[in-house]
Design a protein around this ligand. Structure first.
Ligand SMILES: Cc1ncc(COP(=O)(O)O)c(C=O)c1O
Length: 432
């Protein structure tokens, strides 16, 4: 497969754009950052005209596939009428009512544009509600790139400190060290250590924030009772429980991980998956907390929040997802299950130590000898070089997956896609 045009565009872009990319996350592609020309349904075409079955899905937002028609039609209708008003419009109500009907914790919702913003708003609200400042977060969890949460996402083990009380490590140069003062880091899936953290910081922890399924780092499921335990500890210690459902929301089940796993947080954040690919995020939660945005005692703002085309997209996307008892999502889950079992079978037959974790519409593939992967440090046992050979071999065969192991499946993926993907997987497995 040739990527000459992508390379040429990358070099051209690099003259005016640092690295030729507008998000650092996109730098990890090989052989170089790629340029894409168009997408339709479950397929995407790059600038060289190569066609791929796409399991990147823009890193999650394209839960309905590329350019879902009902969403585009709704946006197009809105484009002719008006874009933004710095005031309210009816589509906001329609979107919020649908959202609150679907998401268990959502007695009220506020929309913004990105996941990082929603997380920042939820944390501010938790601090305001509790009058405390410390946030307990988990090693290896990703909650966006803002200074307040951009810590201990993938720390090198030799600098990470003791497992029980990891050293605070910023992800990038340029972050304010002051944010570290307000963070408590713990490994995931170890309830006793969280209990200990509440004892060590009595009356100081405002909230625990967690990805309810550890999608970004290994597709790790919570141990039985772990989320329930967090729920209880927060309630007993006067802290709020925040689920970051930016990936899991509307994807692992219509009502998100909180519905799938049966634990209701006080607040939750959403983004990818709720608006057919348009930039919309949400902070949702209990009325008694959310009302503080409404009485203006806690600030939440954003010029682009709830702009009309994005709200039109959200209404249409939520309708597509909720139609026929969630049939579209059930289909995505069926495709995902076939992929998960298919890849595992192919790996086993080929004698490879392939492991599949997570849920059908967002699962993680890795090559590990170790079976028990429960947190960031155990997830490091995966053989990254083996996975790199695997994904590059898939790319050569027209299958596009995220380089670190996470696969997203959309409602637009077909049985034919799954068949072709598994045939490519069988070939690619030989190169691992
Ligand atoms: C769980 C989680 N939270 C927050 C974010 C940040 O969202 P955004 O990139 O829209 O700011 C992401 C992005 O990948 C995410 O996966």
């Amino acid at each position: 497969m040739k990527f000459d045009e992508s390379l040429r565009l990358c070099e051209q872009a690099s003259k005016t754009t640092p690295g030729g990319i507008h998000s650092n996350v996109r730098a990890n592609w090989k052989p170089h950052p790629m340029f894409y020309a168009r997408g339709q349904g479950s397929h995407v075409w790059d600038a060289d005209g190569n066609e791929f079955i796409d399991y990147v899905l823009a890193r999650g937002p394209l839960l309905l596939g590329h350019s879902p028609k009902p969403v585009l039609d709704a946006v197009k209708r809105q484009l002719d009428i008006g874009l933004m008003y710095a005031g309210q419009h009816e589509l906001e109500i329609e979107a919020a009512e649908r959202f609150c009907r679907i998401v268990p914790c959502a007695e009220m919702v506020r929309f913004s544009s990105s996941g990082s913003e929603a997380v920042t708003g939820a944390i501010r609200l938790a601090r305001a509600v509790t009058g405390r400042t410390k946030i307990l977060r988990f090693e290896g969890h990703y909650h966006g790139w803002f200074d307040n949460q951009f810590w201990n996402f993938a720390p090198p083990l030799d600098a990470a400190g003791p497992r029980e009380n990891p050293t605070l490590i910023p992800v990038t140069k340029g972050q304010s060290p002051a944010d570290a003062e307000h963070l408590v880091i713990r490994p995931w899936n170890d309830l006793a250590l969280i209990e200990g953290a509440f004892r060590q910081h009595p009356g100081q922890i405002a909230a625990i924030i967690t990805e309810p399924i550890m999608c970004n780092m290994g597709g790790i499921m919570p141990r039985k009772g772990f989320l329930e335990g967090l729920r209880e500890l927060c309630t007993n210690n006067g802290a709020l429980l925040i689920f970051d459902e930016v990936i899991t929301g509307f994807r692992v089940s219509l009502g998100g991980a909180q519905q799938l796993l049966g634990v209701t947080p006080d607040l939750a954040t959403f983004a990818k998956g709720m608006s057919g690919g348009f930039p919309v995020s949400a902070i949702a939660g209990k009325r008694e907390y959310m009302r503080r945005f409404g009485d203006l005692s806690v600030s939440h703002a954003g010029t682009y929040n709830s702009n009309a085309p994005c709200m039109a997209a959200t209404v249409a996307a939520l309708d597509m997802l909720a139609a026929d008892g969630g049939a579209a999502l059930k289909h995505a889950h069926e495709m995902g299950k076939q992929l998960m079992t298919g890849i595992a079978d192919i790996g086993r037959k080929a004698g490879k130590n392939v492991r599949i974790r997570g849920t059908p519409a967002a699962f993680f593939v890795s090559f590990n000898d170790k079976e028990e992967i429960v947190d960031y440090r155990t997830s490091l046992s995966r053989d990254r070089e083996a996975y790199t050979r695997f994904w590059l071999a898939l790319q050569d065969r027209g299958i596009r997956v995220i380089p670190d192991g996470l696969w997203f499946v959309s409602t637009a993926h077909t049985q034919d896609d799954v068949g072709r993907t598994l045939a490519a997987v069988a070939e690619a497995m030989k190169e691992v």
